[in-house]
Design a protein around this ligand. Structure first.
Ligand code: SAH
Length: 217
């Protein structure tokens, strides 16, 4: 592992410890930690931000959008309790970084991006890097992606006021969804939604966060 990745992992481990009273997790699951180590974040950021690629912070990726903070990607994927046979839906592909991390711990990732240019760039980038388990779809993630539903897990990387009903419908019984909820330009909380075997839904606030808005195109 190069120095940038090593330092980033140290910072993520620190953040895990500092937030454990809220997340209930002292450290990352080994598979998720390994995924964070191996995904080349520098390949997901524009050339002018490459020197900062291994910093534990969000960065601009063009189209007014950002690549998420690595710690936030790590805790979102960790909270999914993903298994190797899982099929997962991501809403908000952006540059494809979180999808790449997810693809190391599950069987298939379907990811939906509303900005056509970002979807095309992410599709090209992920193919070039050899990420064969990820399918990038262009569309409005408020509708989920019904064609491949239901999903074992769903992550949303843009903030809405409420859980989009289509996403709840497309989550399997026993499934988990992690998403930022709140004011798109104000206070937001990362929320863990669980659907039990009987279809009963429970939500739990995990952490204050700041995501770009989930748009209603
Ligand atoms: N997952 C990304 C983070 C992307 S930022 C990463 O790994 O870094 C959030 C993304 O959500 C942006 O690309 C934005 O265009 C997209 N987005 C916003 N509203 C959306 C919607 N309704 N449907 C799908 N994508 C949406």
């Amino acid at each position: 592992m190069d120095r940038g990745a090593k330092e980033l992992m140290r910072r993520i481990d620190d953040s895990m410890r500092q937030t454990s009273q809220w997340t209930g997790r002292e450290g990352l699951t080994p598979d998720v930690r390994r995924a964070m180590e191996v995904v080349p974040r520098d390949a997901f950021v524009p050339a002018q931000h490459r020197a900062a690629a291994w910093d534990n912070r969000p960065l601009p990726i063009g189209h007014g959008q950002t690549i998420s903070q690595p710690f936030i990607v790590a805790i979102m994927v960790d909270l999914l309790d993903a298994q190797p046979d899982h099929v997962v839906l991501e809403i908000g592909t952006g540059c494809g970084y979180a999808a790449a991390v997810l693809s190391h711990v599950v069987a298939r990732v379907h990811t939906v991006e509303v900005v056509a240019g970002l979807a095309a760039e992410a599709r090209e980038r992920l193919a070039r890097l050899g990420y064969g388990k990820i399918v990038v779809h262009e569309g409005d993630g408020n509708a989920g992606w019904p064609d491949e539903a239901p999903y074992d897990g769903i992550v949303v990387t843009a903030a809405a006021a409420d859980v989009p009903p289509a996403l709840l419908e497309q989550l399997k019984p026993g499934g988990r969804m992690v998403l930022p909820l709140g004011d798109p330009f104000g206070h937001q909380e990362l929320v863990l939604v669980t659907k039990d075997a009987a279809g009963e839904v429970t939500t739990r606030s995990v952490l204050p966060v700041a995501f770009v808005p989930l748009v209603d195109p």
